[in-house]
Design a protein around this ligand. Structure first.
Ligand code: FES
Length: 113
């Protein structure tokens, strides 16, 4: 999840620690049926299999892209490094994040608008 703009491990945070803070979870990304570009990219790139790691991966990537829209591949790897995936291997996940990072901003706005 993202707390005040920073990705955190939700399993290590007590509710009292986030009282009054702005908290975003994977459930806050989609707008009804309209998925966030990261969610779509994970599906398109085959970065989701069992889905167990997907919320953490996407929220970590979301925090990164919100703070740095065009990160390097290395920065993406560092950002995702606290999340473990037993299914896909990491290349598809990194590819999915890179795909969103490399999109021109106007393409992202089109999707949001
Ligand atoms: S998709 Fe299964 S653990 Fe990552």
């Amino acid at each position: 999840m993202i707390v005040e703009g920073k990705a955190v491990n939700s399993c290590l945070i007590l509710t009292a620690q986030v009282a009054g803070a702005k908290v975003n979870t994977i459930e806050s990304l989609a707008d009804g049926e309209k998925l966030d570009p990261l969610q779509e990219s994970f599906i398109e790139e085959g970065a989701v299999q069992c889905g167990f790691c997907t919320p953490g991966m996407i929220m970590s990537a979301k925090a990164l892209l919100d703070n740095k829209p065009n990160p390097s591949r290395e920065e993406i790897k560092v950002c995702l490094s606290g999340n473990l995936c037993r299914c896909t291997g990491y290349s598809k996940i990194i590819q999915a994040v890179e795909k969103v990072a490399l999109r021109p901003p106007e393409k992202l706005r089109e999707r949001e608008g």
